[in-house]
Design a binder for this molecule. Sequence first.
Ligand code: PAF
Length: 309
Amino acid sequence: MIPSGPDSPATPLLVSTPADLRVAATALLDAARSRGAADDRPSLALVPTMGGLHAGHAALARAARAANDVVVASVFVNPLQFGDQADLDRYPRTLEADLRLLGAQGVDLVFAPGVEDMYPGGEPLVRVSAGPMGRLFEGASRPGHFDGMLTVVAKLLNLAQPATRALYRAYFGEKDAQQLALIRRMVVDLNLPVQIEGVPIVRDADGLALSSRNRFLAPDERAAALVLSRALVALRERAERGGPLDLAAARAQITAEEGVDLDYLDVVDPASFAPPGEPGPEPHAALAVVAARVGAVRLIDNILLPAPR
Ligand code: PAF
């Protein structure tokens, strides 16, 4: 990384059109390049978000800031990835607070386009297909969600792609594990010139994974939702002791909690979301994934399990 200048802005620059994004990002990269040696290659990080930001997003921005010369965050509530208009309408829109949070993490530039900036021709006719992995788990409960998510992520990756020679990274949270796996797969399958970085889940002190949706939980629902992380931790502890995975017990623990409607709890290969392979000479990771509705709020969580011994 190139040493940052004394003039790093405390408040991020805000742009809303793809043209302004390109001009501003190029200027920031040029400034970084001019501070470095002739053969230094500056790096640009993109942190895509839908706003409604919390400490989990702050961790994404912090990770991006720590490793890159220029950090761009996007704030765009993508209609394409919502099946339900009511869900789209009530998604939190908190741009002023989001800018403060991103500024506090040292983000240089925020791209907050309107729907007409991202989809000037209306809903895109050509979209990225998430394929079979996109129909499992979250995709089964939210048909079309992952196609819409990948379509906007592909567009954002293209729009923020450095116009001049630079390293390019994009940061996503590990809480949305299936989303992250699909984005990694899209980047490989479509040869997108960007390195994808996963950032660990941020949890409240009591274990609840941070989510923009947590603000919709009533206090009793929030207390009930803790059963999800408790069940995952119990699974991991058992696996660490070398015991067999008792998914039935974990599911029963969740369904016994009043007000919690379990959608799925399973163990998958974190790259493919297929069942994890048979234990072999090479240890392989397995991910326990869970989704449940708590009141009107759909929550997801996951935990990495130790490779079977
Ligand atoms: O995780 C999110 O906030 C969204 O799915 C993303 C990746 C910003 C695409 O809209």
